[in-house]
Design a binder for this molecule. Sequence first.
Ligand SMILES: Nc1ncnc2c1ncn2[C@@H]1O[C@H](COP(=O)(O)OP(=O)(O)O)[C@@H](O)[C@H]1O
Ligand SMILES: [Mg+2]
Length: 417
Amino acid sequence: MTASVAPPEPSLLPRTIGRYTLFDKIGRGGMADIFLAQAQTDIGVSRLVVVKQVLPHLADSREFSELLIMEAKLAARLDHANIVQVHDLGRADGFLYIAMQYVEGFDLNDLLRRCSRTKTALPVQYALLVVIEALRALDYAHRKTSDDGAPLGIVHRDVSPSNLLISFEGEVKLCDFGIAHANDAAPNGAYSEDVIKGKAGYMSPEQASGHPLDGRADVFAVGIVLWELLSGRRLYKTAPELPSLLDQARAAQVPDLVSRGLPLEEKLFAIVKRALAPNRIQRYANAQAMLVDLEHYVAESKLIASPLRFGEWLIDRFGEDLIHQRRERERAVHRLDAGAQAEVVAEMGPPPSARRPFVPSDAPLAAAAGNDAGSVDVPFAHFATAAERSSSRAWKFFAGVALVVIGGAIAYSMAMR
Ligand SMILES: Nc1ncnc2c1ncn2[C@@H]1O[C@H](COP(=O)(O)OP(=O)(O)O)[C@@H](O)[C@H]1O
Ligand SMILES: [Mg+2]
């Protein structure tokens, strides 16, 4: 059965665009809706993908369409374990969309909110793992060359927690090259810096000032993510009495990190400081230089973490949410099979640890705080205590069995379609 939908109603699900049947909305960013979809392959097998589609009220804007096209073209050139793989760029019923790999898990912003709500501390070795993996993605993207070996000069320009996806396998993948630049991809004049794009809360001073950028702007953004993970709070805050986030980003006043008793702490703090040097001449020259220093640090301080362990930790702490997510998806797949259409009013229902609020898009293009801003306190990253590690074995067993059962049910129902 194919859930054919006519006429196209952007708010109704399921609906089919191209080879993809959109059946659940899992997010909304500044310029696009993010849907979970089934992709039909030529041999009749279906698989889950994510479809990013320009928001209906922006569909007529040439600027947004061009941004999505550039995002797809640029991301399609990137093939790396730490970057979300883009499969396809298409247009259906006047709507442009990108189809990409689905990363089942949370984005970092979402994860930190869940940690905060459930008073779960993110162990420092996992915080460092996230940053190291993000740096691997950036190092690859920054060094990417064209087929004839010329550097592409890619700069992501929007590195922030909501653009770092974390899977339940403990993988970290950078997404959303929506405002990324490559030297050769710009239509004439399209990259004038007179419009400042990106999230002000994670901007380097040069980006917030509208200057031409290179990879060091992304290094600064990663520096802010690391600073926040280590200090347990946002670097720049929004409050009526404070300067705007953009002004704070221009000033780049970064408080020293407070001692937390981490091993070889001075070394780690020196890395953060160098990544956050306001003058980019004093900053790490590229993502690789910062990556090398961090890798030395985690080796020396014995804070190495594997994705496998990180994945186990995520399942241990948030497995219940995963089960909930999968149940919701299973219901959506059943609805798809039944051919019923439903109006999308929000993301999938609230999971046990409460989902992040549905954030309507408002200021996508001008320097905006985006989903990563706000007053949510990031919990302190620290070593997991023995008490934190001793979660019930019975719960783990139940979660494991439930995941296998639900995963099997979804696979079965998709294979039978
Ligand atoms: N491939 C994906 N797999 C899972 N979730 C995703 C994926 N792509 C995006 N998301 C979710 O949707 C959100 C918005 O997507 P993003 O591409 O960042 O759009 P925007 O450009 O509007 O910020 C992300 O922060 C993330 O939570
Ligand atoms: Mg984003």
